[in-house]
Ligand binder design. Structure first.
Ligand SMILES: Cc1cc2nc3c(=O)[nH]c(=O)nc-3n(C[C@H](O)[C@H](O)[C@H](O)COP(=O)(O)OP(=O)(O)OC[C@H]3O[C@@H](n4cnc5c(N)ncnc54)[C@H](O)[C@@H]3O)c2cc1C
Length: 377
């Protein structure tokens, strides 16, 4: 009798876990994958949308195209999760699972920063990136402030990537001289994992005349005079405000009792929650790694191996290594590669290679290989 594995969320983590279970355990498990959307969009594709390089239709990967053994996809909004009974409710019905994997990612809470909804922009959602794309052509002069509004947040290099790409965008439009670009946030350094990652980013900012404001968290906007208010009381004027919104677990996860102090605690070796046979992986978990697709993917590998080890009674599988490589665009078609490892050594390590055109090609390959792996049988 096949075991029922229910995977909640078809993002980086859910798609990778589905792919691995279908590839290695199709005779032993049946996978039901549920997501509220009809398609997946890579986080970095939102930068393409913001810049008008690609439309949202062009970057969508439709779940109806998933063709995998022992996998069903259901487009439904999840409304309840009972981790004790492993029972899940949706707007259409309910599901029970032998093994439950919660991979519902992180939601945004723009209203938590006063003034942001009224006078701010963001490129962390498809709708936000589209709205910004339509506004950018009207920005000809003045101060652009990109502000990280709270930690943790997805893809630590993404605010800096946005700054580099907007520098290029304004340069091409011939208005860069009339504008200033600043990036602010609560963090000490752009990507605090290691100075070997932050230093080249800081250098790239200096070369492009972009200012970094460390330990500077914007707590609200005075929209009448267009001033951002910092935690320490300072006031920073802006003409265009782009925020990385405060992140939270989705409301359905909060209501389930799975989250503690904001995120879902897990055993860092195999991503199991405190509830038997309930895993949490990707951005929703408080695993000690950055919130990024590559770590969601390596977490999925650890969960797939743990499920296989339990089914076969072979003893513990190799622990989650918290390792992954991701890419950061520097503009001018140059891409840097961040190699990070959060769990293998006594402390996290990281370095940034490039930027180069070779890594730009590698990033394209990264994208096309996932499209191929996740959607075809
Ligand atoms: C601008 C930007 C750039 C980025 N660049 C990179 C990068 O270069 N490299 C990298 O590794 N990462 C990058 N990231 C981060 C990456 O996108 C996320 O960390 C990754 O998607 C997390 O995977 P996940 O599976 O945990 O969550 P997600 O991919 O967010 O998936 C969660 C899924 O759960 C679904 N869901 C949520 N609630 C419900 C519900 N109630 N019912 C049904 N479904 C629900 C959502 O629809 C979603 O499909 C970037 C992110 C952004 C915003």
């Amino acid at each position: 009798m096949k075991k029922n594995v229910l995977i909640l969320g078809a993002g980086f983590a859910g798609l990778e876990l589905t792919t691995r279970l279908s590839a290695s355990l199709a005779d032993e498990v049946h996978v039901t994958l549920i997501d509220q959307n009809d398609s997946f969009v890579f986080g970095f594709s939102k930068l393409d949308i913001m810049l008008g390089r690609r439309s949202s239709d062009e970057v969508r990967l439709y779940y109806k195209d998933i063709a995998k053994d022992a996998v069903d996809f259901h487009q439904e909004r999840i409304t309840s999760i009972d981790p004790v009974e492993r029972r899940v409710g949706t707007e259409q019905g309910s599901y029970e699972a032998d093994m439950l994997a919660v991979a519902l990612g992180a939601d945004y809470d723009p209203a938590a920063t006063p003034g942001f909804v009224e006078d701010g922009f963001e490129y962390y959602s498809v709708a936000g990136a589209e709205r910004l794309r339509d506004t950018l052509p009207t920005f000809d002069s003045g101060a652009l402030l990109i502000a990280v509004l709270g930690e943790p947040y997805k893809c630590p290099p993404a605010p800096f990537e946005g700054a580099f790409l907007l520098h290029d965008y304004l340069t091409v439009r011939g208005v860069r001289q009339e504008t200033s670009i600043r990036v602010s946030g609560p963090m000490e350094a752009p990507v605090p994992i290691a100075k070997e990652v932050s230093q080249p980013i800081l250098q790239g900012m200096i070369e492009r005349g972009i200012e970094f404001m460390p330990r500077s968290r914007v707590i609200g906007l005075d929209t009448k005079v267009r001033v951002a208010e910092l935690e320490g009381g300072e006031r920073v004027p802006y003409d265009l405000f782009i925020g990385v919104p405060i992140h939270r677990v989705p409301a359905v996860v909060e209501a389930s009792g799975l989250a503690v102090d904001g995120w879902v605690p897990v055993d860092k070796r195999n991503l199991m929650t405190r509830f038997p046979n309930v895993y949490a992986l990707g951005d929703v978990a408080s695993a000690p790694v950055a919130k990024a697709g590559v770590f969601a993917e390596s977490a999925a590998r650890a969960v797939a191996e743990d499920i296989a080890a339990r089914l076969h009674g072979t003893g513990p599988s190799a622990p989650f290594d918290g390792a992954g490589n991701c890419y950061i665009e520097f503009g001018g078609q140059l891409v840097g590669k961040v190699e990070a490892n959060f769990l293998s050594g006594p402390k996290p390590t990281g370095r940034l290679l490039g930027p180069s055109r070779e890594f730009a090609r590698e990033k394209e390959l990264f994208t096309s290989s996932r499209r191929e792996r996740w959607f075809t049988g």
